[in-house]
Design a protein around this ligand. Structure first.
Ligand SMILES: Cc1ncc(COP(=O)(O)O)c(C=O)c1O
Length: 374
C-alpha cells in the first residue's frame, strides 16, 4: 500500500525520513549518554535548547519565553498552579465546549483547590463547534482567565484568536490558547494575537514524538507567576544549593523544576528541523487543495460536515458525521484495508491531509468511503 492515504495529521504527523531521523537522534543520545566522560549535559541540554528555539520560531516568541512540558494538559497545569490567586479565586475560568477534553478534565478538578468556577460555553443546538461570538458573549468582566482552543480536535473549527484575545483584554482577563491542532500548519504569532500564554505538543504537523510539549508564557505574566512545581532548575542558577536562598529565575526557566526530561525534545528535534526547512506556504496550499477535494466529495455523498466550510474558519482537517447505521469503527477499518488511515471520535470521521498525503490517496479514501456507505 502507498503512504498517500495517510490522513491522520490531526493525531500523529509523518514525513518521509521520520523513522530514520528518529533512529539517528536516539542513537546520538545513546552515544552521548553512554560515554564514560563528563560530556552528557552540555550535549543534551544543547539539544533541548535547540528544540525550544524551533518552537520559538513557530510561535514568534522572544528568547526565554518558551520551555518544555510533557503534554498540553501538563502545560496548562503548570501555568494554573503558578498564577497569582487574584486571577482565579472567586472568579470564572472560561472554556468552550469543544476544547480538548483533557483540558476540561483538568480545569474541572482544579476548581475547588484554586477557588474558581468553570464556565463552559456550549455549542449551539445541532452544531459541532462553539461559535466565537458565543464565546465573546459569555466572556464577561468576572472572567479571570480564558483558555481558548485555536482549532478544535472534534470539528477542526478555527477560532479568531486575535479578536477573542482583544475582547478578553477589554474584560481584564488573562488569555491562554491551546495551539495543538494547527501549530506548524497555519501561521501563528504570540505577539500578533496578544495571548498571555500558549501551549502545544509537537506530535501533529511538526511530526515530533510524545512528551515533547511546549509552553509559552509572556514575560509580563511570567514575572507574576510563582510555579508550585519548582525546584533547582527554577532558579537563575540551578547550582544554588542554599536552602535559605531559593529564588525564581526572572524568565520562563522558573517553570522548570527538577532535572529536565530531555528525551522527547532530543527525539523530536530532527522532525522540528525538517519542519523548519519546509515550504510552509506549499504545505498549506497542499492541505487546502486536498481538503477542498474531500469537502466537495463528502458533500456529494450526502454526509453532514462537522467542519466549517469557510476556509478561514478551518484548521487542517475535514470531519464528517457518519450515519448511525454505519458504525465508525467499521468504516475506519474498511478504509484501512484500502491503505487509507483515518480515525473517528464517536460517529465523526476525521481526515487530515499533510505532506505524505497524495491526491490518489484522497481519491482512494473517497472511493472506499462511498463503498463503505453503500
Ligand atoms: C486541541 C488539542 N489539545 C490538546 C491535545 C493533546 O493534549 P495532551 O498533550 O494533554 O494529551 C490534542 C491532541 O489531539 C488536541 O487536539
Amino acid at each position: 500500500m502507498t503512504a498517500g492515504g495517510y490522513l491522520l495529521y490531526h493525531s500523529i504527523g509523518q514525513y518521509p525520513d521520520k523513522a530514520s531521523d528518529l533512529a539517528r537522534a536516539m542513537a546520538g543520545f545513546a552515544d552521548a549518554w553512554g560515554a564514560a566522560d563528563d560530556g552528557q549535559w552540555p550535549v543534551v541540554l544543547g539539544l533541548r535548547a535547540r528544540f525550544v528555539d524551533r518552537w520559538r520560531d513557530i510561535l514568534g516568541a522572544a528568547p526565554d519565553t518558551v520551555t518544555t512540558c510533557e503534554s498540553v494538559t501538563q502545560g496548562v497545569a503548570m501555568l494554573m498552579g503558578a498564577l497569582p490567586s487574584g486571577y482565579l479565586r472567586g472568579r470564572k475560568v472560561l472554556v468552550a465546549g469543544d476544547c480538548f477534553p483533557s483540558n476540561h478534565f483538568l480545569l474541572t478538578g482544579l476548581q475547588q483547590s484554586l477557588g474558581f468556577e468553570l464556565r463552559t460555553v456550549p455549542a449551539r443546538q445541532g452544531n459541532t463547534w462553539v461559535e466565537d461570538e458565543d464565546i465573546a458573549a459569555a466572556w464577561t468582566h468576572d472572567v479571570g482567565l480564558a483558555i481558548l482552543t485555536w482549532v478544535s480536535s472534534t470539528s477542526s473549527h478555527r477560532s479568531d484568536i486575535a479578536a477573542l484575545a482583544a475582547h478578553g483584554r477589554s474584560m481584564g482577563s488573562l488569555v491562554g490558547v491551546d495551539l495543538t491542532q494547527a501549530a506548524g500548519l497555519l501561521p501563528f504569532s504570540v505577539a500578533g494575537t496578544g495571548v498571555d500564554f500558549a501551549i502545544s505538543t509537537s506530535l501533529k504537523w511538526m511530526c515530533g514524538t510524545p512528551g515533547a510539549g511546549a509552553l509559552y508564557v509572556s514575560p509580563d505574566l511570567t514575572a507574576e507567576c510563582q510555579p508550585t512545581l519548582r525546584g533547582w532548575f527554577s532558579q537563575p542558577d540551578p547550582f544554588n544549593w542554599d536552602f535559605g536562598k531559593f529564588s525564581y529565575a526572572p524568565d520562563i526557566r522558573r517553570f522548570d523544576s527538577g532535572t529536565p526530561g530531555v528525551m522527547a525534545a532530543v527525539a523530536s528535534l530532527p522532525a522540528m528541523d525538517w519542519h523548519a526547512g519546509l515550504d510552509h506556504a506549499g504545505l498549506v496550499a497542499h492541505n487546502r487543495r486536498l481538503t477542498a477535494r474531500l469537502i466537495e466529495a463528502v458533500q456529494a455523498l450526502g454526509l453532514p460536515m462537522q467542519t466549517p466550510l469557510a476556509e478561514a474558519q478551518r484548521g487542517g482537517s475535514v470531519m464528517v458525521r457518519l450515519p448511525d447505521s454505519h458504525p465508525a469503527a467499521a468504516v475506519v477499518a474498511q478504509l484501512r484495508s484500502r491503505g487509507v488511515w483515518t480515525d473517528a471520535r464517536g460517529q465523526a470521521l476525521r481526515m487530515s491531509p499533510g505532506v505524505m498525503t497524495k491526491l490518489d490517496g484522497v481519491e482512494r479514501a473517497l472511493e472506499a468511503l462511498g463503498e463503505a456507505l453503500g
